[in-house]
Structure formats: C-alpha cells, structure tokens
Design a protein around this ligand. Structure first.
Ligand code: PNW
Length: 453
C-alpha cells in the first residue's frame, strides 16, 4: 500500500509569483500589478515585476526540476500575458513562451499540470466589472478555449481555479489580496458564484476542445480539521466542523470548505450556508448548478494549516487551542502534519473523487550558509511528517499526487519576498538558484517512492 507506483511527485508555482517580465513582450496588466502599486498593500512595496525572472530563466528552472527528479510540475498561465486585454487579441509572444516551457518540460520527462487561473486577473476585465460582470464566466471560457487551441495537444492535466477562498475571500471581501476590494457580502457571493460558473464552463470547454485525453481538477484551499484524539466522538466533531459554513470573526466571511467544494462536487450550495447567508444569496439561474458541477476527475486541495477539534463534555464541537510553545512556521501557521491524513480522508468520504494535494509546503527563514549551502532541517522535518501522514491516508483512500509548494522562493503576494517557500533558494539580486538541503531530500524521497517515510 502507501504510494502507488505512478504516484505524481510534483512541485508547484504560479505565473505572477515567478515569471517577472511584467512589462515585456506585450503582457497585459493584471489586478496584482495594480495591487502592488497601492501604498502599504505589500511588504516594503515589493512587486512581481521581476520576481524570479523565470520568463527568461525557465530552462534553468526545468533543468533544476529534472535534477531533483520531480515527475510533474504545476504551473499557471498568465491570462493577461496570453490575452492582454482579457478577451480578443492573442499575444503570440506568450504562446511562444508557454510553448517553449511546455516543450522543455516534456523533453525533461516532467508532466505539466496547468492551472488556468492563479489570481492574476486581467486588469482590463476588472475595469469591466471583473467577477461581478454577468459575462465573466464566458470570458473565462473563451480564454480556456484559447489555451486548448494552443497547448492541449501536449498538455493533458488541467486545474481550473486556484483557491477561490483567497481571490474571492481575501481579494473581494477582506481587501488584502488583489483587487483589494471590500464588497458587501451579497456582491462577494455573486463574484464567487460567477467564479464557480467560470470553473464549470472551463471544464466543459476542456472536455469539448482538448486535443488529447484530459484529467481535470480544481484547487481550493483545504481548510482541514484534525480531531484531538482518535476517539470516534472527536473524529466526528472534526468531520462536522470541517464541512460547516460559519462566519469566522476577523477572517473572511467566506473562508470555509463546503461553500467552494459542494457546488463543484455535489451540485448544490450547503444548506447551512444558504441559511446563514439568507437574503445575501446570489441569484442562481436554472442551469447554473449543472454547469458548476460538470464532472471533474480529481479533487485538489491546497493544505497548509488546520484547526484542532474535539467534542467537549457537553457533547458540543469545540476548537482546541494549540497551547503555549506549540510549533509554528515562520509565517505563523501551526505545524499540524495530521492534516495530511484527515484532509484527504474527509474530502474523499464526502466528494468521492481521487485526491491530489495541489499544494503543501512551508516557509522558513533560509539563508546561504558559510559553506555555500542552504540548510533547512525544519523544512525536511516538516515535509517528512506531512508526507508520512499522506502515506497513511493513501492506505485508505485514493491519493494520486502531491505538489510541493514551491519549486523556488518567490513573490509571496502581500508578504513580498519576505517569505521563502522554495526547495530552491533564490538570490533576488543575482537570480542565482541554490538547491536547499530539502531539495536533495525530496529528490531521494521521490526516487524511493516514499518508502522510508
Ligand atoms: C496559497 N491562508 O495561498 C497560494 O496558492 C500560493 O500562491 C501561495 O504562495 C501559497 O499558498 C503560500 O501562501 C494561500 O490564509 C494564501 O490559509 C493564504 C492561505 C492559504 C494559502
């Protein structure tokens, strides 16, 4: 048991976080270019205009992946690079760039998994109402069609949207991610509904227009609950809590699992959410839920942190504090490896689709040591613990792959370059890449298919 022979050992990035070349070769602007110019929005006013300069250094980066031995690479296409104004005119320079990148990957025997939307929404379309515009899902479908036309002869694996909880919740409700809006709840929910419609239409376009066999998924943030003990009461408390829609105090009103998973996999909004949001519910046209729930092939989940839950003596579900001295990453996220067991297990139970961990990884305070290497034992320990739990999950439910976030240290959104998630250290002054100890470790784990975990 454990990991299957063809387990997909991967790594992941996103266009705006690594590509740079923001003003080159006809790329259009995105809402993140706009966000980065807002005073105080991003750590030290940093932005992704150069980032890891992957646009020019992609061959180096593919060679590094080959050296590590990853089987798959999850990248995203920049919609405004491909279609600068979001709809219409196609940028041939972008077609050339992504063609070269895909060909380089295939030559290195690395399977591309392409995310259609990882947050860099075309600014032009934002100015036309963005996700609130009733046509927004059609714009996304048209963009998907362009992607199919140019790249689907060689690419089979597609991920529609990355983390709607973030680009809708953090972007349109809390205003801390691009486009930086704090819309009233009813508009947040309408934008979210349109984004899910966009997902569904994209799935239909991929099925209809792809030139090869397709494997399609979706990558929401998996907000996992871990039971305090293995006692059935705690396990059930965790399960119920994980699939509940609740408003979280200071956090986004839409930060949960079911609002973003149920429509896609079960074809309906969760009843408790419908009740909670009441009159703020988006208008749902008769065909919408059929479109949104167009079948996909796998259930992706980006798993970073989790909450600890138990059933208390009164039989109520209670979140448990991690306690003093509990380990947290440099980002302030708790280290909770069991999320990699319970996450896949609970998602599979409810949605009955093979699970792909579309992202997992950790921030560390890395630097180049006096010996010229980057020693990151915490990351090795973190990944080892998480993967060990994933292996346990794989004994019980179908887990098809794992994408480590991230290949390279990169532009970590509002945190700028202050947070390093990479297996590979990026020196932003020279663009020199240095493999961290964890990259060599991951390489061994892949080679032995996780045997020693
Ligand atoms: C994801 N949270 O974002 C994104 O998909 C990546 O682009 C990003 O670099 C990575 O995780 C690390 O942050 C998240 O608040 C943003 O729970 C916020 C959360 C989770 C994931």
């Amino acid at each position: 048991m454990g990991f299957s022979k063809d387990f997909v050992w991967g790594t992941a990035t996103a266009a705006y976080q690594i590509e740079g070349a923001a003003y080159e070769d006809g790329r259009g602007l995105s809402v993140w270019d706009m966000m980065c110019r807002k005073q105080g929005a991003i750590y030290k006013g940093q932005d992704g205009s150069v980032a890891c300069d992957h646009y020019h250094l992609f061959k180096t980066d593919v060679a590094i992946m080959k050296q590590i031995g990853v089987k798959a690479y999850r990248l995203s296409i920049s919609w405004p690079r491909l279609i600068p104004t979001g709809t219409g005119q196609i940028n041939q320079k972008a077609v050339e760039f992504y063609n070269n990148l895909i060909n380089e990957l295939l030559a290195a025997e690395i399977t591309p998994y392409i995310t259609l939307f990882h947050w860099d929404y075309p600014l032009e379309l934002y100015c036309r109402g963005g996700w609130l515009n009733p046509e927004s899902s059609d714009w996304f479908a048209q963009y998907t069609s362009v992607v199919m036309e140019y790249f689907s002869d060689r690419v089979k694996n597609w991920i529609t949207l990355n983390e709607p909880q973030c680009f809708i919740g953090l972007g349109h409700c809390e205003g801390i991610h691009a486009p930086g809006d704090k819309l009233p709840l009813e508009e947040v929910l309408r934008a979210g509904h349109n984004a899910m419609l966009a997902h569904g239409k994209a799935v239909q376009v991929i099925r209809a227009e792809a030139k090869t066999k397709t494997n399609i998924g979706y990558a929401p943030v998996g907000d996992v609950r871990v039971p305090l003990t293995m006692d059935a009461k705690d396990v059930n408390a965790a399960r119920i809590s994980m699939f509940k829609v609740t408003e979280h105090g200071a956090e986004s009103k839409v930060w949960n699992n079911t609002w973003w998973f149920d429509p896609i996999f079960l074809g309906k909004y969760p009843d408790d959410g419908v009740e909670l949001y009441g009159s703020k519910m988006p208008k749902i046209n008769s065909k919408d839920m059929d479109i949104i729930s167009t079948p996909v092939d796998f259930c992706g989940a980006n798993i970073y942190h989790a909450r600890l839950v138990k059933q208390n003596d009164n039989g109520q579900i209670q979140e448990v504090d991690f306690g003093q001295g509990y380990p947290y990453t440099f980002y302030g996220w708790p280290v909770i490896p069991q999320s990699m067991y319970w996450g896949p297990k609970f998602y599979y139970e409810r949605y009955k689709k093979p699970i792909m961990i579309t992202e997992n990884g950790m921030v560390n305070s890395d630097w180049i040591s006096i010996d010229g290497k980057v020693h990151d034992p915490q990351r090795i320990d973190f990944l080892g613990r998480y993967l060990k739990e994933l292996k346990l999950a794989a004994d019980e439910v179908p887990v098809h792959g794992y994408f480590l976030w991230s290949l390279l240290d990169n532009f970590e959104w509002t945190m700028g370059y202050n947070q390093r998630f990479g297996l590979v250290y990026t020196d932003y002054n020279t663009q020199k890449r240095t493999l961290k100890d964890s990259a060599y470790w991951y390489s061994r784990i892949i080679a032995e298919n996780g045997e020693s975990l």
